[in-house]
Design a protein around this ligand. Structure first.
Ligand SMILES: [Zn+2]
Length: 84
């Protein structure tokens, strides 16, 4: 099985640097610079970091509101036509 979602390891010494070292851009185990691609990958994977910040679903809520309004309008028109 492919393990593409594993934690990011230092390309020099194969260590797993903590978040602070990743942010620094230097591996504390071998004292070598970490490539920017490694930093991006480490940020994506977040081995023991906090969960990604929750975004407020503003768009979907607006869409739901618009759909609800449209449903209400359609229902009003329907009942108006039906009731006569
Ligand atoms: Zn290293």
């Amino acid at each position: 099985m492919a393990t593409s979602n594993t934690v990011a390891r230092c390309p020099h010494c194969d260590a797993v640097p903590p978040e602070s070292e990743v942010a620094d851009g230097w591996c504390g185990s071998c004292d070598k610079q970490l490539p920017s691609s490694f930093q991006q990958r480490a940020k994506r994977n977040r081995p023991h970091g906090e969960p990604p910040p929750a975004k407020k679903p503003r768009g979907p809520l607006l869409l739901a509101g618009a759909a609800a309004v449209q449903c209400g309008v359609a229902a009003a028109v329907f009942f108006a036509l039906r009731g006569g």
